[in-house]
Ligand binder design. Structure first.
Ligand SMILES: [Mg+2]
Length: 413
């Protein structure tokens, strides 16, 4: 089997409502790029990457001359063909490599008639548990879906728990003043006794505010505190002053940083992201390092449609030391590009796909519909807040959103 073509299609899939985060917001939709790698036997492997638009489609097309003629079973070679670490100083291709790796694994699995997890050591679990990923949200265009107050936040969690069965709740913070988010977080703890919690302000707090926040939640059932501040040295200072495990998806995202964290620990839990790390396989290698040094492992979500979700499920299926529920933005979406999608949650978990390859196929009608929506709406600035024109955060941030300021916001500007 060898590769004969590489294609990319950028799509926009609407969210239930705009999701707010420390840098701005997802403006009511995700923009993702679907990658197709076609082999000489007619099989098509699927990949997915974040962001998109013309530049992502062109970046994928630009890999065509590297990939045509390559055997997709030689997955390890891709690392050096596309993203040699010294060459990558000039061409940052890690996320492209990830999308191609997904597609090559999908091709191998389809070719051999086995699910991807069988290529990766075999599954040790049939279902991957997920956390409810709670966001502060602007209202949708129809005025529904706002999450700004502790009551609205608890209601969002209650609805998600009833509908999806989550027993772990992650609050994406870094939006409002830390004392207000503390009130929101404690409201969750009070509303769901017996469930577990995690808070993630995306590194927005100062070291001192991070320590203050950590100490103020030490009595709760916390999985961990995720990126309270930015940087390994700041995280180390927070970690030294709290009993709560510290997690990151921002500053341990490659093997150099993982080694540094082993030698001089700054975090207890590493959130593995199949895109940030350059594929499913590097995440499994990193999980092995974490197993050796007894660091915790969780699965990070950088915003996914069903193809990327499948990569997270196959990763979650094969990593023995997955000691925490995975994260996914997935349940905030209103649709998907995969056949029969969106994939269903049951009791807070999603079944690991059993069909050959990644186990998901493209719904061509949906792909066309969402590609058209992308052409209509275009991209959005992920690192800008539609409700706070002109604002951008410093690190640490000192200029928080006003909890009293209700939506709606103008998403057209
Ligand atoms: Mg995070």
């Amino acid at each position: 089997m060898h590769i004969v073509d590489v294609r990319a299609t950028t799509v926009t899939v609407p969210l239930e409502a705009p999701l707010r985060h420390s840098n701005g917001a997802h403006w009511g939709r995700f923009v993702r790029t679907v990658v197709e790698v076609e082999a000489d036997n007619g099989l098509i492997g699927l990949g997915e990457m974040g962001g998109g638009g013309q530049s992502a489609e062109e970046a994928v097309r630009g890999l065509r001359e590297y990939l045509v003629g390559h055997d997709p079973a030689r997955t390890e070679a891709l690392r050096f063909m596309l993203a040699n670490p010294t060459a990558s100083l000039y061409n940052n291709r890690t996320q492209l490599l990830a999308a191609i790796e997904f597609a090559c694994l999908d091709l191998q699995g389809q070719h051999l008639g086995v699910p991807v997890h069988e290529l990766l050591g075999g599954k040790v679990r049939d279902r991957v548990p997920f956390a409810s990923y709670l966001f502060f949200r602007y209202p949708a265009a129809d005025g529904t879906g706002e999450v700004r107050t502790p009551e609205q936040l608890v209601e969002q969690a209650r609805e998600l728990k009833a509908r999806r069965g989550f027993t772990v709740h992650k609050l994406k913070g870094g939006v409002f003043p830390p004392e207000y988010e503390l009130e929101c977080y404690r409201a969750l703890a009070e509303a769901f006794p017996g469930d577990r919690l995690r808070h993630d302000p995306n590194g927005a707090l100062s070291v001192e505010d991070g320590i203050r926040f950590a100490r103020a939640i030490e009595d709760l059932d916390n999985d961990y505190l995720e990126d309270p501040t930015y940087g390994m040295n700041g995280l180390r200072r927070v970690r030294e002053r709290t009993t709560i495990p510290i997690a990151t998806n921002t500053v341990v995202v490659n093997f150099e940083q993982l080694a540094a964290n082993v030698r001089d620990p700054a975090v207890d839990v590493v959130l593995l992201d199949t895109t940030f790390w350059g594929g499913i396989r590097p995440c499994i290698r990193a999980a092995g390092v974490c197993e050796t040094f007894q660091l915790g492992v969780a699965v990070h979500s950088s915003g996914e449609l069903g193809i990327q979700l499948a990569t997270m499920l196959h990763l979650g299926a094969v990593v023995p030391n997955l000691s925490f529920a995975a994260d996914a933005h997935y349940h905030h979406l209103t649709g998907d590009v995969v056949t029969g999608g969106p994939l269903a949650y049951r009791d807070g978990a999603i079944d690991v796909p059993a069909a050959p390859g990644l186990g998901v196929t493209l719904d061509r009608d949906k792909l066309a519909e969402y590609a058209e929506l992308y052409r209509e709406l275009g991209s959005y600035p992920y690192d800008r807040d539609p409700g706070r024109p002109g604002w951008y955060p410093l690190l640490p941030n000192g200029s928080w959103a006003d909890p009293a300021a209700a939506g709606p916001v103008d998403l057209a500007s």
